[in-house]
Design a protein around this ligand. Structure first.
Ligand code: CP
Ligand code: NVA
Length: 314
């Protein structure tokens, strides 16, 4: 069966089948190979894409910008103080105006509802570049990186350690359960995903052959892990409200002892970045031979390019 994603928004992996996710990962692998060989097919020639950022970004912003330019499109960066949106214009009106001018819209910000409203009213594909709840383009890059290093996704044991209720933990649980990975969260009980999302993901896992397991014990969690994944303890927008989380999460730091507790020398360390060194991960681990964080970072660009090409490209 062939996959066609033309005209689709990319708001969460919940909306995508395993086959569609695999298609995007494989398209990114192909685009990466073509770029290395100097082949630029300009699949988005004459297209214009709007990049709305309510929160800061290095990787996501640069990935959309370079991905668009490589494929012949014009990217327009719209920061939080550059446009009327977020000040005196509604999301619905902004969506309708941008939809008249642009072929696709990226949104990074606080509310998942905002990205959904942009998609509903703009009439063009909208891509989620991170919200408080989700970060689906990051998961494509992570799966691409896992596929490059291990050759496959299904059956990989991936342990997410730390703030188990943030956007990355949610997005990873959705992605892993869709694709048949064995997904583990190691976090304090107070920092687990919402029950409603967990139940939804358990249903995806039942279909894909994946598993979901949660524990407060990081040593138990990492046994036999293929991938140990962590993220910042305090996400963007939580700087004032979550100061006490640092002490709560100290036992969940990824350090040499935890990497050794997997019992495998082949375990990889992953992090979406930006990282706060010597908080969620020691400098030794992120700089060590098991770390593949910069492959991951590069793959943000190839996967985001794939999402744009698949949804608005020729
Ligand atoms: N991983 C990620 O989304 O990085 P940025 O915040 O730099 O975009
Ligand atoms: N959880 C992090 C992810 C950054 C890519 C944040 O939202 O700040």
């Amino acid at each position: 069966m062939s996959v066609c994603l033309k005209g689709r928004s990319f708001l969460t992996l919940r909306d995508y089948t395993a086959e569609e996710i695999e298609y995007l990962v494989d398209l990114a692998i192909d685009l990466k190979d073509k770029k290395r060989r100097g082949i630029f097919e300009k699949n988005m020639a004459n297209k214009n894409v709007a990049l709305i950022f309510e929160k800061p970004s290095t990787r996501t912003r640069c990935s959309f910008t370079i991905g668009a330019v490589d494929e012949g499109a014009h990217p327009e960066y719209l920061g939080r103080d550059d446009i009327q949106f977020g000040h005196k214009e509604t999301t619905e009106d902004t969506a309708r105006v941008l939809g008249r001018m642009f072929d696709g819209i990226e949104f990074r910000g606080f509310s998942q509802k905002t990205v959904e409203t942009l998609a509903k009213y703009s009439g063009v594909p909208v891509w989620n570049g991170l919200t408080d709840e989700d970060h689906p383009t990051q998961i494509l890059a992570d799966f691409m990186t896992i596929k490059e290093h291990f050759g496959y996704l299904k059956g990989i044991k991936l342990v997410f350690i730390g703030d188990g209720r943030n956007n990355m933990a949610n997005a990873m649980m959705i992605g892993c359960s869709k694709m048949g990975l064995d997904f583990v969260i190691a976090s304090p009980e107070s920092l687990r995903p919402e029950d409603k999302l967990t139940k939804e993901c358990e249903a995806y896992a039942a279909e894909s052959g994946g598993t979901i397991f949660m524990t407060a014990d990081p040593i138990e969690a990492v046994k036999d892990a293929d991938v140990i994944y962590t993220d910042v303890w305090i996400s963007m927008g939580e700087e004032e409200s979550a100061k006490d989380r640092v002490e709560l999460l100290r036992p969940y730091q990824v350090n040499k002892a935890l990497m050794e507790a997997t019992g495998k020398e082949t375990t990889k360390f992953m992090h979406c970045l930006p990282a706060v060194r010597d908080y969620e991960v020691t400098n030794e681990v992120i700089e060590g031979p098991q770390s593949i964080v910069f492959d991951e970072a590069e793959n943000r660009m190839h996967t985001i390019k794939a999402v744009m090409v698949a949804t608005i490209g020729k």
